[in-house]
Design a protein around this ligand. Structure first.
Ligand code: NAD
Length: 478
């Protein structure tokens, strides 16, 4: 492995700093429960300095041609690719994601940056036929302004990459607060952009007490938009904080993806691939397939195979290439898994696999399947965001659709069937921002990704991902 990690710190106005205060927080390796670094936290003065830097840098960055902005982003993407192994190790060390998955995450993060670099050049407006001769009516898409961004810990390279490249590619400046649990991958992105020639102040990265940081950034009138990925509870709080200054907000919030396994599906084949998809990143993925509605004729076979495969997963040190699942990110996730399992047991539900902590240092939970769940169980209503799935047998598809749609979330959904009529019925009826049929792929850099209802507002990725950081101006003249 070549390369070194940047020092843990803040990046404000083109300078690396430990901030003006003396508060810091330990960064932990969840696979060992040991501290792996000390992260300095921003003071109110540091946040103000970041706000000023983003505001001051905006006019020149806005005036920079999209071609030049794209060049800087593409150069940075190349540097991230060169440094992939170092960054992947940082992901695994701070999050516990198996190294193999961490490497794949870097590849996707790079693709996001490349997509935004290209798409920023296509901020097309349109000409609208006028009612009168000699009048030209047109629209243009302009950069929104300085942006505040908040990224969580579960995809510590991809999510910051999406927010940074989307904002910068559209011509905005950004103050980003990545997750304090997993700071290093975002700092690598900063270093790559700095090395690629990004002007000072265009990107600023701060860490701190999350509520205090969002209070300050979202109250600032000079911040024109915000982008957040995380829970619905926090996202709606941030919407409130941004409301008095009428900020344009993109919210990627929690999901709880239903999966429909229809009578014509092969239950063993679906279970085999489902275990891999569900337990990826220890299930800490907002699009994780985790509520399985399985036709009653297939339910028993599906549960047996899923449980067998889940129990056989090798859980352990995420740096070990033979390991298939690492720890969860924090003890909070272990507690959440324990609570969901206890509720299931108290209702007499079948714990077909797992259902317990893995006894070793660190925050490990065994891959778990709760089978035969009805709508009253906690697991039927609360997104696990961990290595856990639930099955519910159904006889009539419409009953399963009603059950799936009754939750306020609508992020991803999956369907396994070749019955065209049933697939069409599902793709029409499901409240979900992304529906995948006979595959588990929910989003790519070039496809729009976002939720309905409590799963969020706006989109990341695709053409829509740039629009989140743009405003539309209508101009008409004679
Ligand atoms: P959380 O919403 O509390 O935290 C997510 C991120 O938001 C963290 O990085 C945190 O630093 C930040 N945050 C928390 N409070 C904040 C505030 N007041 N202002 C600004 N930022 C703040 O979620 P969690 O408890 O860490 O994770 C579990 C839940 O979060 C899951 O149930 C899942 O729904 C959701 N989640 C979703 C995604 C996603 O990709 N959509 C990612 C991570 C977490």
């Amino acid at each position: 492995m070549s390369g070194t990690d940047p020092d843990l710190g803040l990046f404000i106005a083109g300078r690396w700093t430990h901030g003006s205060g003396n508060r810091s927080v330990a960064v932990q390796n969840p696979a060992t429960a040991r501290a792996v670094g000390e992260l300095p936290l921003a003071t109110a003065d540091d946040l103000d300095a970041a706000l000023t830097a983003a505001t001051d840098a905006f006019p020149a960055w806005r005036a920079t041609s999209p071609v030049r902005r794209g060049e800087i982003l593409r150069t940075a993407a190349g540097l991230v690719r060169e440094r992939a192994e170092t960054i992947a190790h940082a992901i695994t060390r701070e999050l516990g994601k198996p190294l193999r998955e961490a490497r794949a995450e870097i590849g996707t993060a790079v693709e996001h940056i490349e997509w935004a670099a290209e798409e920023g050049r296509r901020a097309y407006g349109r000409v609208i036929p006028s009612r009168e001769p000699g009048v030209l009516q047109s629209t243009r898409r302009e950069p929104l302004g300085p942006i505040a961004g908040f990224a969580p810990w579960n995809a510590p390279a991809i999510t910051p990459a999406r927010k940074i490249s989307g904002a910068l590619g559209a011509g905005c400046t950004l103050v980003l607060k990545p997750a304090e649990e997993t700071p290093t991958p975002a700092l690598h992105l900063v270093a790559a952009l700095e090395d690629a020639g990004l002007p000072p102040g265009v990107l600023n990265v701060v860490f701190g007490d999350p509520a205090a940081v969002s209070d300050r950034l979202l109250a600032a009138p000079q911040i024109m938009g915000a982008t957040f990925t995380g829970s619905t509870a926090v996202g709606t709080l941030l919407l409130g904080k941004g409301a008095p200054t009428a900020k344009k907000m993109t919210m990627e919030l929690g999901g709880y993806a239903p999966v429909f396994v229809l009578p014509d599906a092969d239950p063993e084949a679906v279970a085999d691939s489902a275990v891999v998809a569900t337990m990826r990143n220890s299930g800490q993925v907002c699009t994780s397939p985790s509520r399985f509605y399985v036709h009653a004729d297939l339910h028993e076979r599906f549960v047996a195979r899923f449980a067998e495969r889940a129990a056989a997963l090798r859980v352990g040190d995420p740096f070990d290439d033979t390991v298939q699942m690492g720890p969860v990110a924090t003890e909070a996730r272990v507690s959440a898994m324990a609570e969901l399992t206890a509720d299931a047991r108290s209702r007499g539900l079948t714990v077909a696999a797992g259902g317990h902590r893995v006894e070793r240092d660190g925050s490990f939970w065994a891959p778990t399947l709760l089978a035969g769940v009805d709508d009253d169980a906690m697991i039927a209503n609360v997104e696990p965001f961990g290595p856990m799935a639930a099955t519910t047998p159904f006889h009539h598809l419409d009953d399963a659709i009603i059950s799936a749609n009754r939750l306020p979330f609508g992020l991803a959904a999956y369907v396994w069937s070749n019955d065209l009529a049933a697939v069409t019925r599902l793709t029409d009826a499901l409240d979900a921002g992304s529906i995948s049929v006979n595959r588990w792929q929910a989003s790519l850099p070039e496809t729009p990704f976002g939720g309905m209802g409590a799963s969020g507002l706006g989109m990341e990725g695709g053409i829509e991902g740039l629009e989140a950081f743009q405003r539309v101006k209508y101009v008409n003249h004679r």
